[in-house]
Ligand binder design. Structure first.
Ligand code: DGP
Length: 111
């Protein structure tokens, strides 16, 4: 399997790493859409949220708490946390990731 985000997680692909622990990695998005735009991923390869299952419940919760920790660390009061699930929703990398974005106004509903 040739997965760019698995490469970032194992260090074989360069990235601007912001956070890592035994389960979760966060790094700067290559193509930022906001002044702060981080990607938070599980080290485990899960293609998208719809492919996670009950075994991943702690991992998914941990990702949310990492997002909270990073928002606190960077003093982000208003932020958006999203995952695109499937091509039609805008997913271009098939490894579960959450976009943590802040520093500009966001429209709702999301485009
Ligand atoms: P999505 O469209 O939701 O699948 O988001 C994928 C994001 O990943 C997109 O905003 C650009 C980013 N991205 C793609 N390849 C790389 C990479 O090699 N390094 C980094 N840092 N970000 C990447």
């Amino acid at each position: 399997m040739n997965c760019i985000f698995c490469g970032i997680a194992d260090g074989s692909v360069k990235s601007q790493l912001i956070y890592e622990d035994e389960d979760v990695v966060a790094f700067k998005d290559l193509n930022p859409q906001a002044p702060t735009h981080l990607l938070i991923i599980p080290r485990k390869h899960i293609a998208r949220l719809s492919e996670a299952d009950e075994k991943d419940v702690l991992l998914l919760g941990k990702i949310l708490l990492v997002a909270q920790k990073l928002a606190r660390k960077f003093d982000l009061k208003d932020f958006r946390l999203i995952t695109n699930n499937g091509k039609g929703a805008g997913q271009s990398v098939d490894h579960l990731h959450f976009h943590l974005m802040a520093g500009r106004r966001f429209l709702w509903p999301a485009g």
